[in-house]
Ligand binder design. Structure first.
Ligand code: ADP
Ligand code: MG
Length: 592
């Protein structure tokens, strides 16, 4: 059984120092790690007031005897290391002996514990610097009860985000621990209601358990179809689940890396992952749950007090291993995919047709005139503008004559004797964005109820993050409600963007912009809306005909800033009559 001792000054002076109890979630992370270090197979969490009123973690781990209970709240008191060199052979999460001390300094704490062979339990309480201890009713394992967090440091309380956001962070801590420890049962109650329950996976095969647990945490949408990687290399064991190339969600929020079960934020590992995917469709991100097991002396956990970072002794090697294994898994999946005959590509003319517009229309629309719904809804005049309307932007130089489309991406017009080119995606994005902003400024975007709600499976923490912003989402036309164990139901979407199959993607993108810490309120609104507009706008490679071309042009004319898409990318390019003459060195061309 472990025995707690105080670290000598020589040792603790070499351990990364700093605050570990920034918020309820960081405190919970420390308590769960203590329970896992104690060998617990059951960890129950109970939260009130988003962790600020109280937070209880009970486990069935090895427990502590009377002496350990008395010592556990003391500073630099740990049973996990004695000498600095022990860090090279570390098999526990903890080693600083400071978490319980730091928690006791900013809250009212009671630790109750009993070892398996004990006849009695023991308890220690700390409140306002006063520590008392004594016997307690016997329950095997350990319970840490933290009350009135930051009651004596009110400034810290002000740092807290909304309760919803703190709850989401708390839930995410449990999800992380659950992913890396599939054999451990986790439950969480918040305000008396059960919000998480992960039953232990005990098939006898670790990878199967890991896979099952990942599905339980991430939900079927994200976990379905993930590719397994289970490889042992000298000194490192890699177990991963990653998205196949064609099934990446539109959020980067579902990437988890663990080194010896520690959740780590590692730029190296993340870059290695993305490298394996190479060129992706814009806005697509792989799901990844990676469990890396290394010899303790192959990395350093003593980098950051929150223990979120590790330093690999051979980081280039780690990069190559992860990137190589993921690339191999992707290649294998591709090779195994059923071979289907590629459909005959439709003939696309890359030349500019200088025919009369009527013929051009026939030519470009071919047999499958594609008119995006969004444009049908815009109800804009489609007449060819002949005069310059009052207040029209400078680029608007009628008369315009539609010439044709190239690359299914650009629309060419003759404009007052010059050449005018629209990037159809950027232009459509701008139009939708401004229309949508206009609706919001007029009191809220028009929303369309969905006959059948669209289910979106997500980890519980992400569900909470979205629900926390439900009011804001409602202003931009989305209605979301919690649904089932692992998900949301989207019950209404902005009317302008109604396309049911896109709803899931939109929600993922919105989660991304919500969780971006630098996105302040205004910025966030801009980003979320620009994202929606981008998703919903007509894409490059959509065939557009003459009618849509004029509609797009007119709609752009009425925009406040039609020259660029909401992300700032150029929407148009013009070579006016003089410019053309100059470029062809015509006699009499107006010099620059
Ligand atoms: N849930 C628990 N079960 C058994 N022992 C515990 C538990 N939580 C804390 N302890 C004991 O209290 C000590 C101090 O905990 P902590 O302050 O988190 O420091 P550290 O984990 O770095 O050792 C631990 O070393 C461990 O011996
Ligand atoms: Mg600890």
């Amino acid at each position: 059984m472990p025995i707690i001792k105080r670290l000598t000054e020589e040792v603790f002076s070499r351990i990364a120092a700093g605050e570990v109890v920034e918020r309820p979630a960081s405190l919970l992370k420390e308590l769960i790690e203590n329970s896992l270090d104690a060998g617990a197979t059951r960890i129950d969490v109970e939260i009130f007031g988003a962790g600020k009123t109280s937070l209880r973690v009970s486990d069935n781990g090895c427990g502590m005897d009377a002496d350990d209970v008395r010592l556990c709240l003391e500073r630099h008191a740990t049973s996990k290391i004695a000498a600095f060199e022990d860090l090279d052979n570390l098999h526990t999460f903890g080693f600083r002996g400071e978490a319980l001390y730091a928690i006791a300094a900013v809250s009212k704490v009671t630790v109750t514990s009993a070892q398996a062979d004990s006849k009695t339990g023991w308890r220690v309480t700390s409140e306002g610097g006063k520590v008392t201890n004594g016997p307690a009713p016997i329950v095997h394992g350990t319970t840490v009860f933290v009350k009135d967090l930051f009651y004596n440091t009110p400034a810290r309380l002000e740092f807290m985000k909304s309760d919803g956001s703190e709850r989401s962070k708390l839930t995410a801590v449990i999800e992380e621990a659950a992913l890396a420890n599939p054999g451990v049962r986790f439950t969480c109650k918040s305000e008396g209601r059960q919000v998480l329950r992960f039953e232990p996976e005990d098939s006898g095969d670790f990878f199967t358990d890991f896979d099952m647990r990942a599905a339980a945490v991430l939900g079927d949408d994200l976990a379905g179809g993930l590719l397994p990687i289970d490889v042992e290399r000298p000194g490192v064991r890699v177990r991963m689940l990653v998205s196949p190339f064609d099934m990446m969600p539109s959020s980067r929020g579902f990437q988890y890396f663990f080194v010896n079960k520690r959740p780590v934020a590692s730029k190296i590992l993340q870059t290695a992952l993305y490298k394996a995917y190479g060129e992706r469709s814009p806005g697509k991100h792989p799901v990844c749950v990676a469990l890396l097991d290394l010899n303790p002396d192959a990395f350093d956990a003593n980098v950051h007090p929150g223990k979120r970072e590790v330093r690999f002794k051979k980081d280039g090697e780690m990069f190559e291993i992860v990137s190589g294994l993921v690339a191999a898994a992707l290649a294998k999946a591709k090779a195994a995919a059923p071979i289907t005959l590629a459909p005959e590509p439709e003939p696309v003319s890359a030349s500019i047709v200088n025919d009369a517009p009527a013929q051009a229309t026939d030519h470009y629309l071919g047999g499958r005139g594609f008119i995006p719904d969004q444009f049908k809804q815009l109800k804009l005049s489609s007449a060819v503008a002949m005069g310059v309307p009052e207040g029209a932007p400078v680029w608007y130089t009628p008369p315009f004559r539609y010439v044709g489309q190239i690359e299914r991406s650009y629309m060419l017009f003759e404009a007052n004797g010059g050449l005018f080119i629209l990037d159809q995606h950027a232009a459509a994005e701008r139009v939708l964005y401004e229309k949508f902003m206009g609706e919001i400024e007029d009191g809220g975007a028009k929303s369309q109820k969905l006959m059948i709600p669209v289910p979106v499976d997500l980890p519980a923490s992400a569900v909470r993050a979205v629900l926390d912003k439900a009011e804001r989402l409602e202003k931009i036309g989305f209605e979301v409600v919690a649904y089932g164990k692992n998900g949301l139901h989207v019950t209404a979407v902005p009317a302008l963007f109604y396309q049911a199959d896109e709803t899931k993607k939109l929600i993922h993108r919105i989660i991304d912009s919500l969780s971006d810490p630098i996105a302040e309120a205004e910025q966030l609104r801009h980003d979320a809306i620009a994202t929606i507009a981008c998703k919903a706008a007509v894409k490059s490679h959509d065939r557009l005909g003459e009618e849509e071309a004029y509609k797009l042009l007119d709609a752009l004319r009425d925009c406040k800033d039609g020259s660029a898409c909401p992300h700032g990318r150029r929407a148009m390019l013009a070579l006016n009559r003089d410019e053309l003459a100059r470029r062809f060195q015509r006699p009499g061309a107006v010099p620059l």
